[in-house]
Design a protein around this ligand. Structure first.
Ligand code: FMN
Length: 210
């Protein structure tokens, strides 16, 4: 049976600059449970079912991660409001940059990089999607005393992802593990891009009872 994800991926279009883009559904701000219930349910999960993540859910988790909740500010706080975090969705069909302003995924690589994201932890490659949390630290502010600022920013994005997943019955785990060299090469990242963390995301292999 064709999954919802595959169906929606079929709607990918070629954007203004020639890149393949996927228009995401508007995030559903009414989905989920209360913040207290999400905090109660939050945990790390490392076994995923083979069920795909539907596009409306992917849209929701990306928005929670670092979407815009005001015209020029985001769901995630950033030191000095630098908004330097960029999230990538790594899926079987390729790697996509989340363009939060346009609410689209922009394809940046045709290859399935889930094994590179998994690195030494093969379980992570079984998740249908991994969110890769990166930061562009080319701004001079990230030199010297503030060199760790984007690390904190990445942690906040991870927390948002955990809460969305807990509130919406998704399995995830924050990971520092990944094959950074393989990802940097495949995604054509220069030295100014830090690969901070990643979150494999899917439905739990065993249903979670709340
Ligand atoms: C910065 C950070 C890096 C982590 N890296 C990994 C990792 O590489 N692999 C992994 O399986 N879990 C990783 N974890 C998840 C922790 O192991 C997990 O949060 C911890 O065991 C507590 O479990 P809980 O999240 O269910 O409360 C990481 C967590 C954080 C915050």
């Amino acid at each position: 049976m064709k999954s919802m994800l595959s169906v929606v991926l079929g709607l990918a279009v070629v954007g203004a600059f020639g890149a393949e883009t996927i228009k995401l559904p508007a995030p559903d701000a009414d989905s989920g449970v209360t913040v207290m219930q999400a905090l109660k349910a939050r945990h790390s999960e490392r076994a995923f079912s083979d069920k795909d993540v539907p596009m409306d859910v992917l849209s929701g988790v990306l928005w929670a991660a670092n979407g815009f909740n005001r015209p020029d500010k985001r769901t995630n706080a950033t030191g000095m409001n630098k908004q330097t975090i960029m999230v990538y969705a790594i899926m079987k069909s390729g790697a996509y940059r989340y363009d939060a302003k346009e609410n689209v995924l922009v394809k940046v690589c045709d290859a399935d990089l889930r094994k590179a994201v998994a690195g030494a932890q093969s379980f992570a490659a079984t998740a249908p999607v991994s969110l890769l949390i990166t930061a562009d630290v080319s701004d001079p502010v990230y030199k010297g005393n503030w060199s760790t600022l984007s690390h904190y920013d990445a942690g906040i994005v991870s927390g948002n992802i955990y809460l969305y997943c807990a509130a919406n019955g998704l399995a995830t785990v924050c990971r520092g593990t990944m094959d950074r060299d393989a990802l940097k090469k495949a995604l054509n990242f220069g030295d100014n891009i830090i690969l901070h963390l990643n979150h494999p995301i899917g439905y739990p292999a065993v249903a979670i009872s709340r």
